[in-house]
Structures are given as C-alpha cells and as structure tokens.
Design a protein around this ligand. Structure first.
Ligand SMILES: CCCCC/C=C\C/C=C\C/C=C\C/C=C\CCCC(=O)SCCNC(=O)CCNC(=O)[C@H](O)C(C)(C)COP(=O)(O)OP(=O)(O)OC[C@H]1O[C@@H](n2cnc3c(N)ncnc32)[C@H](O)[C@@H]1OP(=O)(O)O
Ligand SMILES: Cc1cc2nc3c(=O)[nH]c(=O)nc-3n(C[C@H](O)[C@H](O)[C@H](O)COP(=O)(O)OP(=O)(O)OC[C@H]3O[C@@H](n4cnc5c(N)ncnc54)[C@H](O)[C@@H]3O)c2cc1C
Length: 674
C-alpha cells in the first residue's frame, strides 16, 4: 500500500481490488517519481505541507461568494508562500524535477480547489526575471520577488490581441530627457487583459509593449512595472486596473485588466538581457535569435505538459476508484450487479486515461531535459537547436492539454451523474485543464508553428540534407511505397511516423499545386492549414508514442517481472488505442489491411481484460493523497456514498428547514396572491 492511512475502513470492493493487484505498486510509484529517493523526499514535502491541516477550509470553497473565495485563496496563498520560504525551502531541491518543481505544485493543489492568486508570480513573473534580465537587474529584482516582498504577474495579452504578439498595441516610448519610458494604452483594445493576480493581488507586473525609441518601433519587449503602492496597495496615478469578472474556472486567480495613461518608468525597468536601450536612446540588439523574448512562454509550455499529466492522473484515480465501488445493472440475472469497472466500455474510457497520464508524465521529463540542454547551448551563444525545440514544445503543449482535457471529461462521463457534482473533484479539474488548451498559445496556433517546422524539414529531406532528431523519420518519406504495417509496438510507432510524413507530403504537394494555380504562398499555406494542423498532430503523436515506449523500456529494465508486464501492457494499449482511432489514416499511408485492423481491435479488447485486475493498483501508484484529490468519489477508502451525503448536508441551503423563497415567492404564487 502506498498510503499510510492505516486505521481507515476501506470499501470492501476497493479492498478486494487491492488484494488482487499482481504487481508491486510502490515500484511503479518510484518509476514515475524518478526513483525511490525522490518518492521519499516527495512524501516528506507532502507531510510537512499537508499534515498540519492548513490546506483545509472550514466551509467548502464552492459555498463561498466570489469575494470570500478570493480572500480565502489569498489567505491560503500567504500560508503556503510562508511555508515555501521556511519549511519547504530546503526540501524542494529534488534532482530530476527541475526548477519548476512539480512536487511543490502538487502540494499547492491541496490548498486550492481552483488556483492560487500567486500562480503567475511563481509561474511567469519570477521565470521572466530569471530569463530576461541582465545579471545586475536580476540581482536587484529576484531576491525581492523570491522573498515575496513584491508580487508580480505577466501582462502580455490585450483585449484586442492574444495570439498575435506582434499586433500588441501598448507602447513604451523612450524619453532621453528624463531617461524614462512612457507606457501608454492608446485604444480600448490595447488594454492588458487576463493576467492572473492582476485584478487585486499584485503590485508589480511584467508588461509586454511595443518599444519606440528615436521615432522607430523595435517590436515587443518586456518591462517590469510597479502598478500599486508598496505600502497601501493603492493603484498608482496613471494606472487603471481591475478584475475581469467570473470565468469558467480560475475564479480564485483574480485575472485582471490594466491600462496606462502616459505612465513613466525608469529606463532600467526594461528587461535588458536580449535587447537594450542606452541612455541616449540608441537601441542595441543583444540576442542572436529574434524570439528569445518569447522565452517565458516556452518555459511555461514545457511546465504545462507536466501540469496536465498530473491533473489527468487525478481524474483517472477518481474515476477508476469510483468505478470499482459502483455497481450497476444486471447483465446476468443470477449474479449480483457487477462493478461498473467490469464493463469493457468503461475500461475503454478509463485505461487510456491512465496510459496517457503515464505517457505525458514521461514526455514532460524528457521535454524538460531537452529544454535544459537547449538552455545550456544558448548560454554558450548557440541557438541552433531552438527552432526544433520550439516546434516540439508547441505541439506537445497543444496535444497534451487537448488530450488531457478530453480524457478528464471522459472520466466525468465514466462517473455518471455523481461525476457532475463539484464535490467529485472532476469539474474543477476539467475547468482548469480546458483553459490550458487556450492559454500560453492556442491549440491550432501552436500546431501551425510545428507545421512550419515540419514543412521546412520535409523540404530538407527532399533535398537530401541532414535532419534534426525528432523529424529524422521524414527521410523515409521518399521511398515511393507505403509503409509496411506491422502490429509490434515498434511497427506501430513506425506507422505513426509514416502517417505524419505522408500527411506532411500531402500538404506540401497541395501547397505547390495551389501556388502553380496562381495562389500566393501565404494563401496556399492558409488553404492547407486544416491538413497542416493534422500533420503536426500526427507528428506529435508519433513523438509521444516513441518517447513513451522508449522511456518505459529504459525505466523498467531492472523492474520486477510483473511491473514490466503491466507497464508493457499499458504502452501497448496506448499504441493500439491511437492506431484504432486513426484507421482511415493508416489505410491511406501504410499497407494495413481490413483484416489487420479487425485483429487489432480484438487484441485491444483482450488487452483491456488483462489490465482490468490491476486497474486500482495502477491508480494507487500515482500515490495522490486525499487532500490533493478533493473528491467524494476518489478518496482512498472508497466511502463514496457517505461522503456524498456528508457534503450535501454541508450545503448552506440545508441550514433552514424552509427556504425564505417559500414565503417570498412560492406561497404567494401557490395561493394565487402573486
Ligand atoms: C509553487 C512553485 C511552483 C512554480 C510554478 C510553476 C509552474 C506553475 C504551473 C503552471 C504554469 C504557470 C502559469 C499558468 C497559468 C496561466 C498562464 C497563462 C499565461 C499566458 O497565457 S501568457 C500569454 C501567452 N501568449 C501566447 O502564448 C501567445 C501565442 N503566440 C505566440 O507565441 C506568437 O505570436 C506566435 C508564435 C504564434 C507567432 O509569433 P510571431 O508572429 O512573432 O512569429 P511568426 O509566426 O511570424 O514566426 C517567425 C519565426 O519565429 C519562430 N518562432 C515563433 N515563436 C518562437 C519561439 N517561442 N521560439 C523560437 N522560435 C519561435 C517561428 O517558428 C518562425 O520561424 P521560421 O520563420 O523559421 O518558420
Ligand atoms: C484562464 C486564462 C488565463 C490567462 N492568463 C494570462 C496571463 O496571465 N497573461 C497573459 O498575458 N495572458 C493570459 N491569458 C491569455 C491567453 O494567453 C490567450 O487567451 C491565448 O494566448 C489565446 O489568444 P486569444 O485569446 O487572442 O485567442 P484568439 O487568437 O483570438 O483565438 C480565437 C480563435 O482564432 C483562432 N486563430 C487565431 N489566430 C489564428 C491563426 N493565425 N491561424 C488560425 N487560427 C487562428 C484560434 O485558433 C481560435 O480558434 C489567459 C487566458 C486564459 C483563458
């Protein structure tokens, strides 16, 4: 057992599931934590952060007014930030987790059912100071920010533009007389919109604005801007700031708007690592790559892959545990109602969610390592690997967030009516993750960035030039014959690559045809974007499948036999699932036959049955404490009905036997006196 809840009464069905699990759950936990040492350290962090009970609310967050919710979230953010500075500081330096420390994020999720108003401070303000400041600027701002003496956010998006950064309208005009920048919002659409924490919480922010000096525009650049008094928190003169109102989720994040009326900041407040404005107004470009000012976004895209894998792990834990205790229908009249987990359709909904959480977790670690390598090269002035990394992080961000949101919703479907309750935990997970598909680069927009890279790589392959590693498979696109289908895991991965190569080839052919017919390059590209998005998606699926498989083989090399078997079953399930989702494409681009696909469907169904006895063990291996799940349906002990009733009784609606609405409206209406 991975949890320490020794004396609890566990639902007998869940207890039975745990007894029949045939692999060592802890061994799998270690694999996904990056080793036993990390698991032990993570547990220590969780004990320190969660055992005091500080994460709990007296009244459920869902019963609070928006203002109460926000204030409660600030209260807990302050407790959490103080803990981070003190108790958690030393413990958080885990080896394989990198600076974003998902372990810290993990414990933070126990404090917030939605999100902390400090999320952008830690997620983007601090990383921008680290990535975009000169060493001198960093030594001034970073200690203050890390110590939470100042709280900041990242204000880039405006009412009129989010995707198209070059179209932002806020201006920062340099005045050499006073050595200041004048920030201004010339139109309504230039108002900053969306930044988390901006509405009420922060006193500083990174503002991305069009830089003008000596009458010339040099494009968007980041500035650090004080917007509220450090003592009174009152907005400073020249600043118009507020909160943007209720949203589908993120309701404790006080996302805000911000406008400037010729607001002056010192010259030194331009973040000058990649470009500088000298005292006399001369513009000096420092960076060797024009897009380095987009660095914080790239960082967060990398972090998000891990973030959504974690949230999908939560949803699948809730839905699988619930499916083990829930019994429904009577297909065999003489037998008791089966656990809904026994229905093959239910397994089809859920096991892909577990496998995807594994696949994305491993891809996120791999992506993080690639990112660290790119950063190390850039430190030495080499930006050659940046285009490939941008293409990779863009598509992985797009597909991981989109797949996770879809699968979390599927987990909700798998929980029937009870999954619709806020207390199930799933609606909050969905609301959070569905936003990740949009922010930090919309799904379609990012896949089109990857498609640009794929088309260029395809042209290089055509010219027999060398290819970078993630697209090296494109070299086989010119063999003239369809890829040979083979249902081994490696064979399926090769087929996914053939599919990505085939789709890219179709795009290139169609664009060329359109250009020959007279369309401009831009219009030919535009007309092909549906297929370009599909090609980038196929490329990303090939990358995820390949990475997942290779990483599992590597990480289980010394595992016990049963762990090897169950991990192999899950990776195979992932490959079969996506092959069956893409039968049309496989028929177009590989030699697969109808019979091969019928056989694959049968093999998939048999695999579901093999995984079934280990399903609860697999989600237990995520080792998610009840405090993190916030779920009546997914708690470790499976006391689902008791918890649902306990939560219902907490509703403020149940405080009074008769609602005031009776005497005010119902009674007069029923007595005909309205
Ligand atoms: C407690 C402690 C824990 C710490 C907490 C840690 C984590 C917390 C967890 C969660 C994460 C944190 C916060 C999450 C919460 C909310 C955050 C939301 C914040 C935001 O939501 S914040 C706004 C983000 N907003 C966007 O995300 C806008 C998207 N829009 C763009 O990003 C661009 O606008 C684009 C790319 C569409 C077009 O840009 P463009 O018009 O300038 O460029 P163009 O298309 O013309 O391309 C010219 C050439 O540049 C190359 N290129 C482009 N980008 C590049 C890059 N980045 N690197 C390298 N190359 C790049 C191209 O590939 C091409 O290359 P080539 O020419 O060779 O083909
Ligand atoms: C919860 C949340 C938190 C956020 N937090 C922050 C924050 O802290 N700071 C910040 O600066 N921003 C933040 N944002 C803003 C976010 O980054 C943007 O909303 C996001 O980048 C999408 O941009 P957009 O809203 O302009 O969408 P649009 O670009 O207007 O997208 C609308 C539609 O147009 C399509 N589209 C747009 N351009 C193209 C194209 N070139 N080709 C094909 N289709 C296209 C898109 O695919 C989409 O379907 C947040 C957003 C949300 C939802």
């Amino acid at each position: 057992m991975t949890q320490t809840n020794n004396n609890m009464t566990v639902n007998p069905d869940l207890a039975m599931e745990r007894a029949k699990c045939n692999f060592n759950v802890l061994e799998v936990t270690h694999i996904f934590d990056g080793g036993e040492r990390n698991t032990l350290q993570r547990k220590k962090i969780e004990d320190v952060a969660l055992n005091s009970g500080a994460s709990k609310d007296a009244l459920g967050e869902e019963h609070m007014s928006p203002k109460e919710k926000y204030e409660n979230a600030v209260r807990k953010s302050c407790i959490y930030a103080t803990m981070m500075k003190n108790e958690l500081a030393e413990l958080s330096g885990l080896e394989s987790f990198g600076v974003s420390s998902p372990v810290i994020r993990r414990t933070a999720d126990a404090f917030f059912k939605e999100v902390s108003p400090f999320l952008l401070h830690l997620g983007m303000f601090v990383p921008t100071i680290m990535g975009q400041c000169t060493p001198e600027q960093q030594s001034y701002w970073l200690p203050r920010a890390l110590d939470m003496q100042i709280i900041g956010t990242y204000a880039q998006t405006e009412l009129g533009h989010g995707t198209f950064i070059r179209g932002l309208e806020t201006t920062a005009t340099y005045d050499p007389e006073t050595e200041e920048f004048v920030l201004h919002s010339p139109t309504l659409s230039s108002y900053k919109w969306w930044a988390g924490g901006l509405g009420k919480t922060v006193n500083y922010c990174i503002v991305v604005a069009q830089l003008y000096t000596k009458g010339e525009c040099h494009g968007t650049h980041p500035f650090i801007v004080q917007i509220r008094d450090e003592d009174t928190h009152v907005p400073l003169p020249g600043i118009k700031v507020g909160e943007i109102g209720p949203k589908m989720g993120f309701n404790t994040a006080d996302n805000g708007f911000l406008g400037f009326d010729h607001y002056r900041i010192p010259r030194e407040h331009m973040l000058m690592k990649n470009a500088q404005v000298l005292k006399d107004g001369t513009y000096v470009k420092v960076a060797r790559h024009g897009k380095l000012t987009y660095g914080t976004m790239v960082f967060v895209r990398v972090v998000l892959v891990n973030e959504v894998a974690f949230n999908l792990a939560k949803a699948s834990t809730i839905a699988v545990r619930y499916s083990a205790i829930r019994r429904q229908s009577k297909p065999k009249p003489d037998e008791v109602e089966p656990q809904i987990l026994d229905y093959v359709t239910q397994q089809h909904k859920l096991f892909i969610a577990i496998a995807t959480a594994h696949a994305l977790q491993l891809c996120s670690t791999w992506l993080w390592e690639s990112f660290s390598a790119v950063l190390a090269q850039m430190k030495g002035g080499n930006t050659d690997t940046l285009p490939e990394f941008h293409a990779l992080s863009s598509c992985l961000k797009a597909i991981s967030t989109s797949d996770s949101a879809h699968l979390i919703e599927q987990c909700r479907h798998a929980c029937g009516g009870h999954g619709y309750m806020i207390s199930s935990g799933i609606p909050n997970l969905y609301n959070f993750v569905s936003a990740t598909r949009t922010y930090e680069g919309d799904y379609t927009v990012l896949l089109l960035q990857t498609a640009r890279f794929l088309v260029k790589a395809y042209e290089q392959a055509e010219a027999k030039k060398p290819l970078t590693p993630t697209v090296s498979y494109l070299a086989h696109a010119f063999s003239g014959s369809r890829a040979t289908w083979d249902n081994s895991p490696d064979g399926i991965i090769r087929s996914f690559q053939a599919l990505a190569a085939g789709k890219t080839a179709v795009c290139v052919t169609n664009m060329r045809k359109r250009m020959r017919a007279g369309l401009s390059q831009v219009d030919a590209w535009e007309m092909s974007t549906i297929q370009l998005v599909a090609a980038a998606e196929a490329h990303c699926r090939a990358v995820i499948a390949d990475t997942y498989r290779k990483e599992i083989v590597r990480l289980t090399a010394n595992s016990s036999p049963n762990v090897k078997v169950v991990m192999d079953q899950l990776t195979t399930l992932y490959l079969y699932y996506w092959a069956l989702e893409r039968t049309g494409d496989l028929l177009m681009f590989t030699s697969v036959s109808q019979k091969d696909l019928v056989d694959l469907q049968i093999a998939y169904e048999e695999l579901l049955l093999k995984i079934r006895p280990n399903a609860v063990g697999l989600v237990d291996a995520f080792d998610l404490r009840d405090e993190l799940l916030h779920s009546t349906l997914g708690s470790y002990d499976g006391r689902v009905y008791e918890r649902l009733m306990e939560e219902a009784l907490k509703s403020p609606m149940n405080k009074e036997p008769v609602s005031d609405a009776y005497s005010k409206y119902l009674r007069p209406m029923m007595k005909g006196k309205l």
